[in-house]
Design a protein around this ligand. Structure first.
Ligand code: TMP
Length: 210
């Protein structure tokens, strides 16, 4: 069991649509429970009532086009709210935070996908997060056509899921580029493997830190 004085960790899970984030988050939290580590599970965009409203704005397809900069600012507005009310207090109380997506998604979707400058994103990251960065990021990597096929089977597509395959290819490439620049923090896992193999890869990494 982990010592109660150990620093609470901030874990994020990333990947294109349909990579199996939800299933693997459940697996991660089951490992934390077994190790008796206090934690919360949350998601982005969202995680507070106001941030969930911003999520609806972002995910709902409307007649009015949401321009790239509006999208970026809405994402960081939701993030500011989420950090202030949920993430920072949990970490202060010694609870680990397991978050479904965080700022790597912004670099991947708004930077890679939409083509916004990484410097602009980095400036907002510093403004909104200060020093806060994830300690560990699992990037579930999968060919976007396979992931999108899975996502389509879940039902109606949201505003992002309706993007073309080229958009998701750029998202995937941006995730992998971030992982290669920050290999200490980012663990890339081949999400095309059987679920047991994906979970065993996560587990062997988690075992080292638990
Ligand atoms: P999800 O809950 O299925 O992951 O959907 C959230 C969507 O929001 C997903 O398509 C990715 C997108 N997104 C961004 O574009 N930028 C971000 O920073 C985050 C957190 C999510």
């Amino acid at each position: 069991m982990i010592s109660s004085t150990a620093k609470a960790r901030f874990i994020t899970i990333e990947g294109v649509e349909g990579v199996g984030k939800t299933t693997n988050i459940q697996f991660i939290t089951a490992q934390l429970e077994k190790a008796r580590i206090p934690f919360i599970v949350t998601r982005e965009p969202g995680g507070t009532p106001v941030a969930e409203l911003i999520r609806q704005l972002l995910l709902t397809k409307r007649d009015e086009h949401i321009c790239e900069l509006t999208e970026l600012l809405l994402i960081f507005a939701a993030r500011a709210q989420h950090i202030h009310h949920v993430i920072a207090p949990a970490l202060r109380e010694g609870k680990w935070v397991v978050c479904d997506r965080f700022t790597d998604a912004t670099y991947a979707y708004q930077g890679g996908g939409r083509g916004l400058s990484m410097e602009k994103i980095a400036a907002l990251e510093t403004m909104v997060q200060g020093e806060l960065r994830p300690d560990i990021t699992y990037i579930l990597d999968l060919a976007p056509d396979i992931g999108l096929h899975r996502a389509r089977q879940r039902g109606e597509l949201d505003r992002f899921e309706q993007e073309k395959i080229e958009f998701f290819n750029r998202v995937r490439a941006a995730y992998l580029a971030r992982a290669s620049r920050d290999p200490e923090r980012c663990v890339v896992i081949d999400a095309g493997m059987a679920l047991v193999a994906v979970q065993s890869a996560i587990r062997s990494h988690l075992d080292v830190i638990l």
